[in-house]
Design a protein around this ligand. Structure first.
Ligand code: TXA
Ligand code: MG
Length: 332
């Protein structure tokens, strides 16, 4: 059974130690409980997806304890962001901004933007501060369940799957943060939440509220601008390598091959041993690398569709789908 500790300073220090070791710690915020991992540790973040049992990757909010941590995470802080931060942080407002290279691709599910917030909860702030790094955390519920607002909810839903639950009592706000995209032409609310849209508008003027399901998909994984390689990508099954002849072809393998296959301009493997968590942690970064290698085509090996393998295959299938406005696959 997972340890549930009342969030004393000692327990928070223990949680911070676990985070630094790449383990998962559930912790209270003012909105809902989060399932935290070191935001700069791709393997730890991959484990979040494993524990949440999501069939797809979803970008994760990065939590900070001080706006001074922002330059590590975002490339620029526009004036609107400064005003909103001044007024509403710490609090239930998540800002989407262009990410730095330092933010692992798995945190943002390959997007060039990152979601950041500074939570208004003493335990969350103490934990992030003690960890000495930003903490990536989705709500601490398995896929398809309600967000937890007490430590008991987390225990009931994730028992045995997290390394520690810090009990800070019920969450005062009780709904997730408002997610505001500041990279669009007009600030756009992607998810209404704990901070009212009217309060945001009082500071930055009119904002757009993404409306219908097409406008605000359940997961930004479905957004058209969601990262997909520009290079045509074709899936293949293990054992039979595709034929690279006549093309500048890239090969994306699940595990390290016994011998590097010949004829490919680039060969990458997602894991040394065929470990799905390791594969998930490197997936987006590997796709980015291959996409920059000026290839005609990428052949990507299917992975087993169990555990994180489902999310990996979901992403690979989306990457393989013919682009609507991009170049089509060269070989049909
Ligand atoms: O209150 C909250 O926001 C809680 C606590 C733990 O902070 N967290 C939370 O995380 O609700 P999660 O993962 O359940 O929801 C995060 C939302 C998702 O809808 C996700 O798609 C969106 O934020 N999101 C994250 N990064 C994004 C990005 N770069 N672009 C667009 N949407 C993003
Ligand atoms: Mg959630």
């Amino acid at each position: 059974m997972v340890r549930v500790l009342k969030a004393t300073p000692e327990a928070v220090a223990e949680g911070a130690r676990l985070l630094r070791e790449g383990r998962l710690v559930a912790f209270p915020t003012e909105t809902v409980y989060g399932l935290g991992a070191d935001a700069f540790n791709p393997l730890a973040v991959a484990r979040i997806f494993e524990v949440k049992n999501r069939p797809e990757f979803d970008p994760i909010i990065v939590h900070i304890a001080d706006p001074a941590q922002l330059p590590d995470l975002v490339r620029e802080i526009p004036e609107t962001a400064r005003r909103l931060i001044e007024k509403f942080w710490p609090g239930p407002l998540t800002l989407i901004l262009p990410k730095t290279e330092k933010v692992p691709d798995i945190v943002t599910a390959g997007l060039p933007t990152v979601a950041v917030r500074m939570p208004a909860h003493p335990v969350a702030l103490a934990l992030i501060r003690a960890a000495g790094r930003p903490v990536a955390a989705p709500s601490a519920n398995p896929f398809g369940y309600l967000s937890p607002t007490t430590a008991e909810h987390v225990l009931a839903q994730l028992d045995g799957k997290v390394d520690l639950i810090l009990d800070g009592g019920p969450c005062p706000v009780g709904v997730e943060s408002t997610v505001l995209d500041l990279t669009a032409d007009v600030p756009t609310v992607l998810r209404p939440g704990g901070l009212a849209v009217e309060d945001i508008e009082a500071v930055v003027g009119p904002v757009r509220v993404a409306a219908g399901p097409a406008d605000r998909p359940r997961s930004p994984g479905q957004l058209a601008r969601h990262y997909s390689p520009r290079t045509p990508l074709v899936l293949f099954s293990d054992r039979a390598y595709p034929d690279p002849r006549g093309r500048r072809a890239g090969l994306l393998l699940f595990r390290r091959p016994a011998r590097i296959p010949e004829g490919f301009a680039a060969v990458e493997w997602l894991s040394e041993t065929g470990d799905l968590r390791e594969a998930a942690a490197d997936l987006f970064a590997a796709l980015h690398r291959l996409d920059r290698a000026k290839l005609d085509i990428i052949f990507a090996e299917r992975v087993p569709e169990v555990g994180l393998g489902r999310a990996i295959m979901d992403r690979l299938r989306k990457a393989a789908a013919p682009a609507v406005d991009g170049p089509g696959p060269l070989n049909g």
